[in-house]
Design a protein. Structure first.
Length: 169
């Protein structure tokens, strides 16, 4: 048996799920982690995929994604970050209080996700002379396109929902 079928399955899965992270590949394709590591390294060496390490996870992309898109999609893979970005794009300009209230999340949770969204250039935080913060989306069209592209995995949604539950206690 050759390695090509497994490698092709991984590549097809990365193409269908841009920004998928390592553990999701292992789970969804039901392959051993060592096998996944081997094939992902080979695919990266052949320039068929591009790994992007962000916030403790490595996400995988095919070549049609530029550096900004890879960083943005990696952040948008988190359900709460997606929700925050969506509210900001839909209601910009807006305030952190308005976003937190609309999503029913704690300000600390919002700030955590805003930091990652700002780092990915998906959100801009502007301060006026009185210190009030206004949130905007510097690239609203591109952000909407990427939001449509990415659907969080069930484990990602469960982690985010657990965070929300802890915030509500």
């Amino acid at each position: 048996m050759t390695d090509a079928p497994t490698r092709d399955r991984i590549l097809d899965h990365v193409q269908a799920n841009p920004g998928i992270h390592f553990n999701a590949i292992v789970r969804r394709l039901d392959i051993a982690s060592g096998q996944a590591q081997y094939h992902l390294r080979r695919l990266a060496a052949d320039d068929d995929i591009h790994p992007e390490s962000r916030h403790g996870r490595t996400h995988y992309f095919t070549g049609e994604f530029d550096t900004w898109e890879r960083h943005a999609v990696a952040v948008l893979r988190r359900e709460t970050a997606r929700d925050v970005a969506s509210v900001i794009v839909s209601n910009e300009p807006t305030t952190p209080t308005a976003v937190a209230d609309e999503l029913g999340i704690a300000r600390s949770t919002l700030e955590y996700h805003l930091e990652h969204l700002a780092d990915a250039d998906l959100v801009r935080k502007d301060h006026d002379d009185a210190g009030r913060v206004t949130l905007t989306a510097p690239h609203p069209g591109d952000t909407l396109r990427l939001l449509d592209l990415v659907t969080p995995t069930l484990p990602d949604r469960l982690v985010d929902r657990f965070e929300r539950l802890v915030d509500s206690i």
